[in-house]
Design a binder for this molecule. Structure first.
Ligand code: ZN
Length: 194
């Protein structure tokens, strides 16, 4: 079974999500929700999904950036984006602390804003703390593209969608992104930054 990914305009994406209690995390319903979030993320496929995107007001995110997703992308762009494969991570009650405020601006998309992309500025490096799905504490540093994914997903837990932070002039369809920008020299994006 897969979950329906809610699209922007639905109130569920605009409400701050609730912290998961230890009892809630152990519950079969929450563990099943996590399994279904992973299945849904892989089915799309996407690289990150937050519980509010499937209508659950809980502070749970799943991220995974498989190597196979990179094969169709420009290797130069992957390098500039500092995008490396990320193994599946389930993070419950994530808290992020920016440890390198350098801003990277790249195109990103969202499963809840289906069919569009825009340039979004994100901090370069974070310390991420939270719980794994068994309730054990986790803490790790995330840099570059993985830091971008985590900032995007944690924003969802606070009712924030990337369109709130994007350079609005850069908002475009996937089709126009592929046609005009996926191979464009990195410096050329400056014309879309307002
Ligand atoms: Zn999203």
């Amino acid at each position: 079974m897969l979950l329906k990914v809610i699209q922007v305009g639905d109130d569920a994406l605009r409400m701050p999500a609730k912290k998961v209690t230890p009892e809630q995390l152990k519950a079969g319903t929450t563990q099943q929700l996590i399994d279904l979030m992973i299945a849904t993320l892989r089915d799309k496929p996407g690289i990150g999904l937050a519980a509010p995107q499937v209508g659950e007001s809980l502070r749970i995110i799943v991220i995974e950036d498989k190597k196979q997703y990179h094969t169709k992308l420009n290797p130069e762009l992957l390098k500039i984006q500092n995008r490396k494969p990320v193994a599946l991570k389930v993070i419950v009650n994530p808290v992020i602390q920016v440890i390198d405020e350098t801003i990277n601006t790249f195109f990103e998309g969202c499963l809840s804003v289906d069919g569009y992309r825009a340039l979004v500025p994100r901090a370069n490096k974070l310390q991420v703390t939270g719980l794994d799905r068994t309730g054990d504490s986790i803490s790790f540093a995330a840099e570059g593209w993985s830091a971008r994914i985590i900032q995007h997903e944690v924003d969802h837990l606070d009712g924030i969608v990337y369109v709130d932070k994007m350079h609005s002039k850069s908002f475009m369809t996937e089709g126009n992104y592929s046609k005009n920008w996926s191979e464009a020299p990195p410096a050329s994006i400056n014309e879309l930054i307002c």
